[in-house]
Design a protein around this ligand. Structure first.
Ligand SMILES: *Cc1c(COP(=O)(O)O)cnc(C)c1O
Length: 414
């Protein structure tokens, strides 16, 4: 990228040449003056979702009432297959949309620890997302299994041996944006007979994943970030076809039973992926996932990944030119192939700066303690001029010192 990228008029040309540019109009943009750089926490609302849910409420719930279950009952597998094909690189029958990421993680970690109960160690990253660390810590404690924490994902391969049952990692690190070597780590774990569970929350809808191609065993992730399915929309889980018969869910709910409506005396797990369902699915949320995933399917993961690389490249160039002199450092990898779709900046006043950006500059980033400002670039909705404007407003704010006047006491900093 050249110095020309520093001029807004040049950046406008990137938008003019962007094949994904028309997708922004498919989403609700309530206030065009706001530069929204937090699609990696909560993606925007697709227009089709608002329309679809209105029809579902009126005709399916309001009209069909309980007969609606005829079409609702298969949503977790139907939308799972769509997500598998469009986003995750998974053949049908391996993905379910259900529950939360936290609950899906619990189910799959517990199942894996039971399958490989003769092994007494799990490997995980000390910097991983809190819920992943907490769930793993709780389950390892109950199972009497040790957690071998690594300080960097690059240390995972060196931490593997034949006592390791499971490796749990995020594909894209929520703090730094660093992408783990999914293919290499999966292969190394398999070489010692261990399983791998990937959390794809910050990867799906931002970069290409390829679960089947890389022989991944297990995966989970949420749908409200780059998949734009809305607050609290159901998450997904992936279990490879080969593993399904060998894993049992710790939650023996009726939706996971072989013959749900026989209502028999004892639980027998379904033969297929449905054994990882729990109870009644979130129907409205599932329709929202279907709409979000359909937009990703239409755009294609290849173009999405290419745009994520270009947006984050631009952010890094601008951060180096404008923000580095103001005391920021770029925490994310400099090679686009080594990161997801967000760029993290370290600054000692990151908390005040994040609040001031929202209040004074109409830019929405987020803050990750102790000193990180995250800028998320959602490829379907973020324009190149949004990157330029967001970072331009950030430099103007910090150069003016206006953030120093922000009082953080008694407020939740996001
Ligand atoms: C966002 C995110 C989650 C969210 O978990 P919930 O159960 O939906 O709250 C989990 N793990 C990672 C890595 C995330 O980025």
């Amino acid at each position: 990228m050249t110095e020309n990228a520093l001029r807004r008029s040049d950046v406008e040309l990137f938008d003019a040449a962007d094949p994904l540019a028309p997708f922004r109009d498919r989403f609700v943009v309530a206030d065009p003056a706001v530069v929204y750089l937090d699609g990696n926490s909560l993606g925007r609302l697709p227009r089709t979702t608002a329309d679809r849910l209105a029809v579902v409420l009126r005709d399916e719930w309001g009209g069909a009432l309980v007969e609606g279950w005829e079409r609702w009952i298969d949503l977790p597998t139907r939308v799972g297959d769509l997500l598998g094909a469009a986003v995750l690189g998974a053949a049908p029958g391996q993905v379910l949309v259900c529950d939360s990421t936290t609950v899906n993680l619990y189910k799959l970690v517990d199942a894996a620890l039971h399958l490989l109960a003769d092994r007494r160690t799990v490997v995980a990253h000390r910097g991983d997302f809190p819920t992943d660390r907490y769930v793993l810590d709780g389950l390892a404690g109950r199972a009497g299994v040790a957690i071998r924490w690594v300080d960097a994902v690059d240390d995972v391969v060196g931490a593997l041996d034949r006592d390791v049952a499971l490796v749990v990692l995020s594909h894209v690190d929520y703090r730094t944006g660093k992408r783990a070597d999914l293919a290499g780590i999966t292969a190394a774990a398999h070489a010692v007979g261990a399983l791998v569970l990937w959390d794809l929350s910050h990867a799906a809808g931002a970069i290409s994943v390829g679960l089947d191609t890389h022989g991944v065993d297990l995966a989970v992730g949420c749908t409200y970030k780059y998949l734009n399915a809305g607050p609290g929309a159901p998450a997904y889980l992936y279990v490879s076809t080969a593993l399904q018969p060998h894993l049992r869910s710790p939650i023996q709910g009726w939706f996971g039973a072989a013959d749900q409506f026989t209502m028999g005396p004892a639980y027998e797990p379904a033969a297929d992926i449905r054994r990882f369902l729990t109870g009644t699915p979130n129907v409205l949320g599932l329709y929202a996932v279907e709409e979000g995933a359909s937009l990703v399917a239409e755009a294609g993961v290849g173009p999405i990944q290419a745009k994520a690389a270009a947006l984050t490249d631009l952010a890094v160039v601008l951060a180096d030119a404008w923000l580095e002199p103001l005391g920021f450092t770029v925490l994310s990898p400099r090679d686009a192939r080594a990161r997801g779709a967000h760029v993290s900046l370290c600054h000692p006043e990151a908390a005040r700066i994040s609040v001031a950006l929202r209040r004074l500059a109409k830019v929405v980033p987020d803050f990750r303690p102790p000193d990180v400002v995250r800028l998320g670039f959602s490829p379907l909705t973020t324009r190149f001029v949004d990157v330029w404007d967001g970072i331009d407003r950030l430099r103007t704010l910090v150069a003016s010192g206006a953030h120093n006047g922000v009082d953080l006491s008694g407020q939740r900093v996001r």
